[in-house]
Design a binder for this molecule. Sequence first.
Ligand code: MN
Ligand code: MN
Length: 317
Amino acid sequence: MQQQSFESYVRHGLTPFFRLPVVDDGRITRERYQGCDAALLGVPYDGGTTYRSGARLAPYHVRRVSALVPGYHPTHRLEVFQRLSAVDCGNVMAPPFNPQAMRELVHAEVAAVLDAGSTPFVIGGDHSVSLPVLRALAERHGPVALVHIDAHFDCSVAENWGENFHHGTPVRNAVEEGLIAPGQLFQIGLRGPWGGESDAAIPEAFGAMHVPADELGTTGAATIARRIVERIGDRPVYLSIDIDAVDPAYAPGTGTPVPGGMTSRELLGLLRGLAGVRVCGCDVVEVTPMLDHADVTCLLAAYALYEGLALAAIARV
Ligand code: MN
Ligand code: MN
């Protein structure tokens, strides 16, 4: 699917992701996604945030700035949007005050995407939107590999807030529900301080590979990516990109910032280094446009999403 030219994009004034074609059929059916390789779906939901909310607005702003992203990938030597038929499929209409309804709607929508043989690319929303995506993927593929790029483990226990599901729990929920294949959890960009020693207990017991932000800086994104690619092999892999993995200096527009993170160049380099894995889905979450400056976080989210699409385009070859 071709991007529209800048001229036609400016002429009609609509702002789909990456100037792509739009599906405007409101139904949740597999027919809606037939013939598209990659379905881009916004989930404007932030009812799972524990601190600063506002990620519900990210799909609108990432769409707007993604118009700047051209299609040709100079590292992979590939026209991403020619190789990959990608479509802006609009937003999941989740009531902002009902987390269970959000999970059911996202699950149903992503299941329809997968039924049509398409790959879901989800733009959150807070990180609680990833769990229903992983549920739909595991139903389709069995347990998947998860590359989880984040400052946080997202393995918070229900006792912390008296609530089993929020943006600090999707990885614990996914581990407990058997959605991740053993030995196939990769958490990159981690840093502290933690609430206590037990913060790492669940992912460590699960055998996760942990790459703190410091180690990414000293070892290098390309080397880390190579190790991950080797361990994943040909398993289907889900990429979950929490933008707070990146240092607040590069990504200030996020709800739970932690100093000492990776650079935007390291994030994009890490994603480029994953070339060859079988991407079965991807999300970019925790972008909070109202806390952003000069669109830097929204732009990074759009470029990270583009790298995910490029990986899917390579996997389609
Ligand atoms: Mn985070
Ligand atoms: Mn997260």
